[in-house]
Design a protein around this ligand. Sequence first.
Ligand code: P6P
Length: 344
Amino acid sequence: MVDTPRSVPSISLTRHLIEEERAGHIQADLRLLIEVVARACKSISVSVAKGALGGVLGEAGSGNIQGEAQKKLDVIANDVLLEANAWGGHLAACASEEMDHCQPIPDVYPRGAYLLLFDPLDGSSNIDVNVSVGTIFSVLRCPDGVTQPEDVHFLQPGTAQVAAGYCIYGPSTMLVLTIGHGTHAFTLDREQGSFVLTTRDMRVPAATKEFAINMSNQRHWEAPMQDYVRDLLAGETGPRGKNFNMRWIASMVADVHRILTRGGIFIYPWDRKDPSKAGKLRLMYEANPMSLLIEQAGGAATDGRTRLLDVAPTHLHQRVPVFLGSREEVEAATQYHRAHDAKG
Ligand code: P6P
């Protein structure tokens, strides 16, 4: 008689967060806030999955502070996150890539102790060609005594984050989350309607043979960046002594998810295309949450010279060069920049 294997009890996001609360890793109000964000991501996943059938593709006919044309789903995802978080009582204010300034929780609702930042639909230029996109979020504490939160109250370094994560809308919808005690992945069980723990303690391999960058910008990079990539492309006959592969999905959530899953280095460096911008990606709601997830999984994240989580923000939508992923490769890339600077 073959014993039927005991079904391994699936651990839902709710159970995982309650166990983290019991372990003293998270307070109840932050646990409830994360559950609200997860529910909003499930709703966004439904809209994204409808594609052309949902009448949600294409341009919204508006633009955001980044100077980017908004997609209909950018606006929908932003509204879903704002509405879901308005009445919960866990937040003092929200800030978004899609909004010029932060938005305090309406006075008709109680305010909580946290500030939520998000890129509601990162990589949205990929939506119309059916490539994975995602929601990126970061949670900070609202400074004590602040009753009317303003942009300045969000300007905290990445080390101040109490939670960070993303939801990737791909072949499966997955929520990847850290509260400072490891990085864990949950897969949406559409039949149950709940996120189920599928990878506890994701680990980024220390070394890699895979890099992610938009090579079309090569002529605009600064010298150390040119040198670093030249040596990657030289392969085993070059100074790095090994051959590299390249991937670029142009959807940060998808590229970072691959790196959390199998290693690699993701780079969006400073370039001369627009010297006034320190790169393309935004510090507060793209680089910081992704850097915390990567570090909690044993990886590293710098701006080419400095640990990204230590960068002191100066404004809500500031941009920053991003090098993140396998620790040894990030350190190698950072060393090219530091050696260049040392020459003066
Ligand atoms: P490029 C998407 O627009 C995004 O903000 C990130 O998700 C992605 O990594 C990057 O920009 C892609 O930039 O210049 O390759 O289109």
